[in-house]
Design a protein around this ligand. Structure first.
Ligand code: E4P
Length: 216
């Protein structure tokens, strides 16, 4: 399973990139709004940092012609832009067109296996099931990842599964175990993955032992 970082903040993207563990970036309109910057300018900046991994940029239009027009402009920013499209009937039409134009797509706001299957059949490069938001309403986000993964495997579907709306490290482990191809997570969660109290205690002990040995 690969990692993408889920943010539109360039400093966070640079920090994640420097860790050497990320293969892409996902953004959404809420994350861009938090930055208070021009969307296209920000995508240009992001694609200067992430030059070969997928950078998801979401369309705002709700009708297929509008999505296609917006998506084409986004795709012109850099070759590694992936057009993010919401899971709707209009979205499916747009995904089919993008697929014919060889523009990669990420179908977002996936909350059921049937939605994922439809997106894949429309030609989506990625589908993004939202774990955290499903858990928030008492459903099981990880179970959805597992179901989609089983369906895609059984039907030899090449669309990749991005586990999205990841809130904590256990979501990451569960996504990897249940067949997600990618986990997209905020930088704060990626950094949490590094931490273990026994690692910290071990480093402390090694340093103490080394220092004691050098004194005596
Ligand atoms: C994924 O592409 C989305 O940007 C993101 O994971 C949504 O996460 P949230 O539910 O924490 O807003």
């Amino acid at each position: 399973m690969k990692f993408f970082v889920d943010t539109a903040n360039v400093n966070e993207i640079k920090e994640a990139h420097e860790l050497g563990i990320i293969d892409g970036v996902t953004t959404n309109p809420s994350l861009v709004a938090k930055e208070g910057v021009d969307f296209h300018d920000r995508l240009r900046e992001i694609t200067q940092v992430i030059t070969d991994g997928s950078v998801s940029a979401e369309v705002i239009a709700l009708d297929a012609p509008g999505m296609i027009e917006e998506g084409k402009k986004l795709a012109e920013i850099a070759p590694n832009i992936t057009v993010k499209v919401p899971m709707t009937l209009e979205g499916l039409k747009a995904v089919r067109t993008f697929s014919e134009l060889n523009i990669t797509t990420n179908v977002t706001l996936i909350f059921s296996a049937n939605q994922a299957l439809l997106a894949a059949r429309a030609g989506a490069t990625y589908v993004s099931p939202f774990l955290g938001r499903l858990d928030d309403i008492g459903h099981n986000g990880v179970e959805l990842i597992s179901t989609i993964s089983e369906i895609f495997d059984r039907h030899m579907i090449e669309t990749q599964i991005i586990a999205a709306s990841i809130r904590h490290p256990q979501h990451v482990t569960d996504s990897a175990l249940n067949g997600a191809d990618i986990a997209t997570a905020p930088l704060s969660v990626l950094k949490q993955l590094v931490k273990h109290p026994l690692t910290d205690a071990g480093i402390e002990r090694f340093l103490q032992d080394y220092e004691a040995s050098q004194k005596g």
